[in-house]
Design a binder for this molecule. Sequence first.
Ligand SMILES: NC(=O)c1ccc[n+]([C@@H]2O[C@H](COP(=O)([O-])OP(=O)(O)OC[C@H]3O[C@@H](n4cnc5c(N)ncnc54)[C@H](OP(=O)(O)O)[C@@H]3O)[C@@H](O)[C@H]2O)c1
Length: 148
Amino acid sequence: MNRLQGKVAVITGGSSGMGFATAEQFVSEGAHVYITGRREKELDAAVAKIGKNVAAVQGDVSNMEALDRLYAKIAEEKGRVDVVFANAGIGNQMAPPGSITEDQIDRTFNVNVRGLIFSVQKALPFMHEGASIILNASSVKGGVELGH
Ligand SMILES: NC(=O)c1ccc[n+]([C@@H]2O[C@H](COP(=O)([O-])OP(=O)(O)OC[C@H]3O[C@@H](n4cnc5c(N)ncnc54)[C@H](OP(=O)(O)O)[C@@H]3O)[C@@H](O)[C@H]2O)c1
C-alpha cells in the first residue's frame, strides 16, 4: 500500500517500541520518516533496520534547541511536515503517594508534557491544512503515576 506516498513524517522516540514500529510501517507505505531519540546508537540501529527513506535526528524532546535543530533540518531538506507523531515519553518515574519527589515530577512533565507540546508546536509553521498530528497518550502523561 502507498497511502503515505511522498509524505514527510516526524516520529519522536522512533528508535524503539511503538515509535519504531510506526516508522517501519510509515516507510512501507511510502513516507519519508525522521525519527528522534536521545541515544545515537539506538537511532543508528533503527535507521539500519528500516533501511531506506528514514533519517535520524538525535535530540531530547524536552530540549528546545534540539527541537529547533530537528525542524530546521527538515525544513531545509523537505520544506514541510505532513505528519507529526509525538510519541517520545517515559513511564519510569512511578512512585507511591508519600514518596513522590520533585525530581520525578520535573522529569515526567519535561518529557511527557513539555516535550510533547513543543514537538507539535514547533512543527506547526511547516504544516499545512490537512496535515496530521498524532499524540501517543499515557496515564503517565499528566504526571507521576501513583503506585499501588
Ligand atoms: N509501553 C506501554 O505500555 C505504554 C503504555 C501507554 C503509553 N505509552 C507511551 O507510548 C510512548 C511509546 O512507548 P513505548 O513503550 O513504545 O516506548 P519505548 O520502547 O520505551 O521507546 C521510547 C522511545 O522514546 C525515546 N525517548 C524517550 N525519552 C525521550 C526524550 N526525552 N526525547 C526524545 N526521545 C525520547 C526513546 O529513545 P531514547 O531513550 O534513546 O531517547 C525511544 O525511542 C511513550 O510516550 C509511552 O509513555 C507506553
